[in-house]
Design a protein around this ligand. Sequence first.
Ligand SMILES: [Zn+2]
Length: 297
Amino acid sequence: MRMVVSTGSLTRAARQGGYAVPAVNVFDEISMRAVIAAAERRSAPLIVQISVKTVRVSGTAFITDLFRSLTRDVAVPVALHLDHCPDRAVLDDVIAAGWSSVLFDASDRDLDDAVRETIEVTAAAHGAGVDVESEIENILGVEDDVGSDEARHAYSVAQLADVAAQTGVDLIAPQLGTSHGLYRASPTLLPERAAELAALTDVPVVLHGGTGLSAADFRAFIDAGVSKINISTAVKHAYMQASLAHLEAAREQDRWDPPSLITAISTAVTDAIDEHIVWFGADGRAASAVAGAEADR
Ligand SMILES: [Zn+2]
């Protein structure tokens, strides 16, 4: 039942309410369970995101079943989203499985091809009740083997708004100065660009590469009209650091207990996402997000 939670509806409600829905990348049962626990603890709407790499490793059917199982008795709205996907076969597979939404990453195509293919993907997705996030400018940085450190395509905000209108997509992911992964130098953030785009379109705007930004940075983007913020690196970092600390203690004590390792990882991931939910102003928004989605239907 929770599979029908619409990413478009959640983010439109967020835009109206002046907050952003956390969109969190997970890659296994432990991380998926931990981020859902954070959303429940804070009564927040949530988007669970899966990379193409994780789809290839675990399989669409397994991820779909895992998500269904972990959200069956959850009281907050949780959507399931495919992150950066340039591969039409994977998109078709996930659309057929009935996920909430997909990010068609056409940033490796020239504009004409990007528009034509985004129209095709959107028609197939909407036919199955699946929302589409569109990316035609590449967001810098490589994430799970997708992407580039160099800007390949850059357009004006007017072009981005035109393409969104022409293709009928549900969310837009523009270049906003952020990049994927950990920042080695301070990024030049572009909340004013988000505001210029949001002034031209009602389609919700997505911020990628959120890990490493401050609470004030997030607020500036949300005030500018961003209503979905992607968090991936923070989850990986919490997961691995908690694992390392636990395993070092295990070696010291010569005590080897996998369930306590899983608890340590889960606690760290839940706490990391809990903090982001508060920064995004999404705490306590579960009920209004659901009401918004029903009004949207
Ligand atoms: Zn991204």
